[in-house]
Write a protein that binds this ligand. Structure first.
Ligand SMILES: Nc1ncnc2c1ncn2[C@@H]1O[C@H](COP(=O)(O)OP(=O)(O)OP(=O)(O)O)[C@@H](O)[C@H]1O
Length: 262
């Protein structure tokens, strides 16, 4: 299989707190991969490790055969242009209209003439169904439209990898369905590779080609949605069925029993 990202024997800690221990995982090129797992387990941290914003203590993270953490600053900067990260907040610049929001990264990172920028921006807005909303200001958009505009901005420079961090949070079911289809369509039509961090397990499994469950410093499972749904591993079943109680602790681990705090 052709992988865009390969993580080998990777460990990472924030100070005393171990987030990952000897993790191995692969992100297949051209596919949608989901990262699921309990709150605070380190899913966002994994995206930041892949993006080179933080460095593993041990092991390697390869992007298209390049060791992300062995690059010097300018090469890392170049590599980062091949990746895009879309955060839940996906904040648009409030004083710029939709068009200028999408044009912003192109103007920042290239010296292209405005006619070409115009074509690129309109193509991206068309791709997210917002071509008619070019002149609207962010405060005139619905929550779902704002996410789509942020998505158009995050693909403005034609990245190869797009990482979505909780893209559905706070959206109604219809908007969520629209965003799901959009992630799938963009992945296909733009030849992207996508990683989606989400708690919306059943929804993401309708479009993901592959999914990992991250919990307790490890990758506890990985497979196609069909494989995960058939798994007899109780930790996998807990996740797939969205059960609060089970072998994977839901809460942030605490050193002190809360009764002792009283
Ligand atoms: N900069 C930081 N310094 C120290 N600890 C951090 C930092 N960022 C995150 N953490 C801790 O690392 C752990 C993993 O955080 P992360 O945001 O990656 O989890 P997550 O799985 O994405 O969580 P959620 O599903 O709730 O968004 C958390 O316990 C968090 O408190």
């Amino acid at each position: 299989m052709n992988n865009l990202v390969e993580i080998k024997d990777m460990s990472f800690s924030y100070g005393q707190r171990t987030i990952y221990e000897n993790v191995n995982l692969k992100i297949p090129k051209g596919k949608i991969t989901a990262f699921m797992g309990p709150s605070g387990t380190g899913k966002t941290t994994m995206l930041r490790l892949i993006g080179g914003q933080i460095t593993p203590d041990k092991g390697s993270i390869m992007f298209d055969g390049i060791d992300v953490h062995k690059l010097n600053r300018s090469d890392l900067y170049k590599l980062r242009k091949r990746m895009s990260m879309l955060f839940q907040s996906g904040a648009l610049f409030t004083d710029l209209n939709v068009y200028d929001n999408v044009a912003y990264p192109i103007r920042e990172h290239t010296k292209l003439p405005e006619e070409i920028i115009r074509d690129m921006v309109l193509m991206k807005l068309e791709a997210v169904g917002l071509r008619g909303a070019s002149n609207l200001m962010p405060h005139e958009l619905s929550g779902g439209m704002a996410r789509r505009a942020a998505l158009a901005r995050s693909i403005a420079l034609d990245p190869e990898l797009i990482m979505y961090d909780e893209p559905f949070t706070g959206q109604d079911p219809i908007t969520m369905a629209v965003l799901l289809r959009l992630i799938q369509t963009l992945n296909r039509t733009l030849g992207l590779t996508s990683i989606v961090v989400t708690h919306d397990v059943s929804e993401i499994l309708t479009i993901a080609d592959y999914a990992y469950i991250l919990a307790g410093t490890k990758v506890v499972a990985g497979g196609t949605p069909e494989e995960l749904k058939k798994s007899t591993d109780p930790r996998v079943k807990q996740f797939i069925n969205g059960e609060y109680d089970g072998p994977v602790p839901f809460n942030y681990p605490t050193e002190v029993d809360y009764l002792e705090d009283l």
